[in-house]
Ligand binder design. Structure first.
Ligand code: COA
Length: 328
């Protein structure tokens, strides 16, 4: 028996609080002009202190379930892709499972940096293909403001908070057609959260040195990303025998508009078929791709049976791409 999977529901959750470039001008030595021209970001959302990853994840999941017309008890597995879980354990997936009453589900968190959502959908697809599961929730959620140093202008202008969730179900028509995921650990040092793990546990010293915040070599990550994204997309095209122009829409990870433009140019793909939401939300790590996908769907830029490529990169350094057929 051959089983196939597709996205049957999608939902998002974004904090209400908007942090503009003009507000950041008052916090660090930067300008709206610098941030806009160097990154494409105008504003980002920031979760209030009482909101954790499981809260945004739960809201996004409820909307996705409602669109898919799936009851929580029909969910077999919950995968929360995040680098900002509520706590190290229990997994955020366990908290979401309890929040939504998914009484028959397994659950775990997946750590693949900003490629998390690509990895999560890939994993979910395998569970459906083996026939083991019928309905899986994949949630990309990050509250990056909690691990961002708002005294460091190199990083604090880039990041934001949000969540996006999809229901992946066993479907008649194949919706998740191809995937390619990779990791290159040799570049791991370019994007890290140095303290708080078993190598360097959190302490007063790590707090003082700012090691509990994201550290990044922006130029190195930039160089990696502009090659990795086209590379992942080209693997998908090779695997499926498709031409880039057979793709109706491209949804890239939203880290920097210049990275997106450079990758899209290398692929010889038209920018007017690329999902862009970085101006409003900045980089929300695992949430960026599902949120951008949700918006192009709500804006009616994609329609049923369209071929869409999702592509991302992130801490690891990870990267990957998915080819989906839109079934909604
Ligand atoms: N405001 C004003 N100036 C800033 C600034 C800010 N927010 N951040 C950095 N600068 C300064 C730098 O200090 C540097 O000054 P210097 O020349 O006096 O040292 C100057 O701007 C240029 O820095 P540079 O690193 O060359 O800028 P850039 O054009 O490469 O842009 C990034 C920097 C971080 C925006 C860019 O490298 C990037 O987006 N990298 C990828 C990051 C990423 O994707 N991370 C997440 C991965 S999932």
């Amino acid at each position: 028996m051959k089983y196939v999977a597709g996205i049957t529901g999608i939902g998002i959750s974004l904090p209400e609080r908007v942090l503009t470039n003009f507000e950041l001008e008052k916090m660090v030595e930067t300008s709206d002009e610098w941030i806009t021209t160097r990154t494409g970001i105008k504003e980002r959302r920031i979760a209030s202190i009482d909101i954790a990853a499981s809260d945004l994840s739960t809201q996004a999941a409820i909307e996705a379930l409602s669109m898919a017309k799936i009851k929580p008890e029909e969910i077999d597995l919950i995968i929360v892709c995040t680098v900002t879980p509520d706590m190290m354990f229990p997994a955020t997936a366990a908290i979401v499972q309890n929040n939504i009453g998914a009484v028959n589900a397994a659950g775990f968190d997946l750590s693949a940096g900003c490629s998390g959502f690509i990895y999560g959908v890939t994993v979910a697809n395998q569970f459906i293909k083996t026939g083991l599961y019928k309905n899986i929730l994949v949630i990309g959620c990050d509250i990056l403001s909690r691990i961002t140093n708002f005294n460091d202008r190199n990083t604090c202008v880039l990041f934001g908070d949000g969540a996006g969730a999809v229901v992946i179900s066993r479907t008649e028509d194949e919706g998740i057609i191809n995937q390619y995921i990779k990791v290159d650990g040799s570049g791991g040092a370019y994007l890290t959260l140095p303290a708080g793990g078993s190598r360097t546990p959190a302490s007063f010293d790590t707090m003082e040195k700012g090691l509990n915040y994201t550290h990044m070599d922006g130029a190195e990550v930039f160089k990696f990303a502009v090659k990795a994204m086209p590379d992942a997309v080209n693997h998908i095209l090779e695997n499926t025998g498709l031409n880039i122009l057979d793709i109706n829409y491209l949804i890239p990870h939203q880290a920097n508009i210049r990275i997106i433009e450079s990758a899209v140019k290398r692929l010889h793909f038209p920018m007017d078929r690329v999902g862009i939401s970085i101006d409003k939300y900045g980089n929300m790590s695992s949430a960026s791709i599902p949120v951008a996908l949700y918006e192009v769907y709500k804006d009616k830029k994609i329609k049923k049976n369209d071929k869409i490529v999702l592509v991302g990169f992130g801490a690891g350094l990870t990267y990957g791409a998915l080819l989906i057929k839109w079934l909604i």
